[in-house]
Design a protein around this ligand. Structure first.
Ligand code: FSX
Ligand code: SF4
Ligand code: F3S
Length: 376
């Protein structure tokens, strides 16, 4: 029986996704790890992905650059685009659809009717709300009307990209068209948001796969973002963090500190106030790609409302905390509950180091420091 299942999985995987079962299982394990799921979840994910029924997805586009769809389709990882397009039934997508005009609209209405209460609504782009929403119309309907209509019987609504999540670039002050995210435009709080300009396609895939595997959405933060992807500050996992802690900063693009890979805080990096997993999963190819700070550009906080496209690039980030990176042992465990004296001493020692590091850091940030090389 197990052999039968395995053979079916192998045939399905190779035929549908064009990859070996072994690579497919590795991919599922990586997805499970990204979402922080327990052991065994990779097998559940594999079973869900290879299921014959595919959930219907209606994908709307409003005010945006289509970078979100582009980043998904142009991903370096050859299986990513294939996987997402194969595990869902993309019944309506304004830029990928072969059909046009009335035919496309008819297909959308038919898919919504057939899958009433079961389809996933994906929204890309901000929704103009000023003057009755007249600044973006598709098929004679305003974005606002279209989204309302599609949202009514959707099983889940996923806002992909910063534009759909909270307005993004189109909502940059003075925001002449009253651009807003889906939640604000519809007055709903139950929207999953995957911000980023563009968002990491891996986070989109992981969210959809979570829904397919467990029939529910992953745990979200108070802004509707999946915690597995937006639970930690960029600053906590940044490869330049040691330079930040030591007070070594690039002060100009192309200066010696910049060339040496020093911290970009003084060039306006918003990593200390931006929640996202960019440094952990990277772009272009999961685990082996790159990310803005890795290429020498400060993070602009594109996942955060009020920071990305709102706060000037040169402005310094607010330091929310001075916690050491995630890889360090936690320092807030309760003490005296079965821990050995040695362990307690170690915890206290680490806490002391952290407090000390915070003090050094405050000192380093407070002065216009000279780096080891003597540069200002
Ligand atoms: Fe916005 Fe996505 Fe930025 Fe562009 O569509 S999040 S402008 S990458 O395309 O919505
Ligand atoms: Fe990395 Fe930016 Fe934090 Fe520096 S300020 S450690 S570059 S996230
Ligand atoms: Fe955006 Fe910053 Fe990540 S600019 S892509 S949140 S590194």
């Amino acid at each position: 029986m197990l052999d039968d299942c395995q053979t079916t999985l192998e045939t399905d995987v190779e035929a549908r996704f064009g990859i070996q079962r072994r690579d497919f299982m590795k991919f599922c394990a990586a997805l499970a790890a990204t979402m922080g799921l327990p052991k065994g979840a990779d097998a559940q994910i594999a079973a869900a992905i290879t299921k014959k029924e595919r959930p219907s997805v209606i994908w709307l586009h409003h005010q945006e650059c289509t970078g979100c769809s582009e980043s998904l389709l142009r991903s370096e990882h050859p299986t990513l685009e294939k996987l997402i397009l194969d595990i869902i039934s993309l019944d309506y997508h304004e830029t990928l659809f072969a059909a046009a005009g009335h035919q496309a609209e008819a297909a959308r209405l038919a898919a919504m009717e057939k899958n009433k209460g079961k389809y996933i609504l994906v929204v890309e782009g901000a929704i103009p709300t000023k003057d009755g929403g007249i600044y973006c119309k598709i098929g004679g309907q305003t974005s606002l009307e279209l989204t309302r209509q599609c949202a009514e019987h959707a099983a889940a609504i996923v806002a992909v990209g910063s534009c759909a999540s909270w307005g993004g670039m189109p909502s940059t002050p003075p925001n002449p068209t009253g651009s807003a995210g889906v939640g604000e435009a519809l007055g709903r709080k139950d929207i999953v948001t995957i911000p980023g300009c563009p968002p990491n396609p891996y986070n989109i895939l992981a969210t959809v796969v979570h829904f397919l595997t467990f029939g529910k959405l992953p745990a979200l933060d108070d802004k509707g973002r999946p915690l597995f992807a937006y639970g930690r500050l960029i600053h906590e996992n940044c490869e330049r963090r040691a330079h930040f802690d030591a007070g070594r900063f690039a002060l100009d693009f192309g200066d010696e500190g910049h060339r040496k890979g020093y911290c970009l805080y003084k060039l306006g990096c918003k990593g200390p106030e931006t929640y996202a997993n960019c440094p952990s999963i990277l772009f272009n190819d999961v685990g082996t790609g790159s990310w803005p700070v890795g290429t020498g550009h400060p993070c602009i906080g594109c996942t955060e409302k009020g920071i990305g496209f709102a706060k000037p690039i040169h402005a310094l980030a607010e330091l929310q905390n001075q916690r050491p990176p995630a890889g360090y042992p936690r320092i807030s465990e309760e003490q005296g509950t079965g821990a050995t004296a040695g362990a307690a001493a170690l915890v206290a020692g680490i806490a002391g180091v952290a407090v000390g590091a915070g003090a050094v850091l405050a000192k380093n940030l407070g002065k216009s420091e000279k780096s080891e090389d003597g540069q200002e």
